[in-house]
Write a protein that binds this ligand. Sequence first.
Ligand SMILES: Cc1ncc(COP(=O)(O)O)c(C=O)c1O
Length: 369
Amino acid sequence: MTETPVVLRPAILAQAAYQQGKPAGPNDVKLSSNELPFAPLPSVLAAVRAADALNRYPDATAARLRGALATRFDVAADQVLVGAGSVALLYAAALAAAGPGDEIVYAWNSFEAYPGMVTVTGATSVQVPLRPDATHDLDAMAEAITDRTRLVILCTPNNPTGPVIAHDDLVAFLDRVRDDLLVLVDEAYVEFVTDRGAADASKLLGTYRNMIMARTFSKAWGLAGLRVGYLIGDAQVIRGIRSATIPLSTTGQAEAAALAALEASDEAARRVTEVTVRRNELSRALRDQGWDIPDSQANFVWLATRERTAEADSILREHGIIARPYESVGIRVTIGDDASVVRILTATAAVIDRYPYLRRDQSGLPEYA
Ligand SMILES: Cc1ncc(COP(=O)(O)O)c(C=O)c1O
């Protein structure tokens, strides 16, 4: 590490900055950031253009969007907090709940931003390995909670592996943990879920005052570039978290786009269905090639390439597929447009031909931790 000219916190210096999904060349297909493959809806673009008072600060409370979300989820507006992407709100929740000496429990592998976020709070990460089928091990997570635990994050569907937490299991977990412990259910991909037994934190908001849910307009709503997400929970908890947010970070354009997207819910749902149908077809085709594909309920699939991840990623790149490798664990591939499917399958066939021991029937259960 090069020396810094001023004193910075050693834990921050030791932490790698967030790594974005790789950009794609002109002939590549970018499947590295779980974005939607569709252009923005015309009504959304029109709303962004109309929000043209760029010389003015935005409404710091994003009251119109909070109102629309409150109506949608049948909660009070003061139970909703809007921020510059759900990742900004995850940071705020972590900062509100935990500091030096405290612990934050989450599954691993899970969303790559969690470790850095915990470091920023000064708290300690307690990572609980996923089970062999790439699902959360909720018993182990409950057992990992100590007197020092201030926040538990549950990611459903889990990024990068794809499976959900079952709704009944989420309820059992919430019943089991201390009721003064903040549980954040990160549902960034929930709109892609087709499994009827999957967790839906929105249905538990009135029951568990210690639970908050995080959702985003970046994925299913196709607004990743505008940065807008939201938290919903108990009004007092939300008020506390709001104090830890960066003021004025949700722009007027982002708020207008999110409102317009909500107005176009039917069209958004049609797009989501196109993605989920493709996800299921791709998962089946990959299993037919011999891959051990976890049951993804999100807009990506997971290839357990393990210690061959770097080599497998190179083969994908040779085929113009820019995916997201997780060193020595696996590769996450976002569901793209129709044309990307054949390219993915050609590339994954080449990987499994080269490393036949990665086949489901030969590898035993993959390791996800
Ligand atoms: C699990 C999960 N949570 C939160 C986010 C943050 O999304 P955004 O900040 O764009 O709302 C992501 C983005 O990749 C994610 O995968």
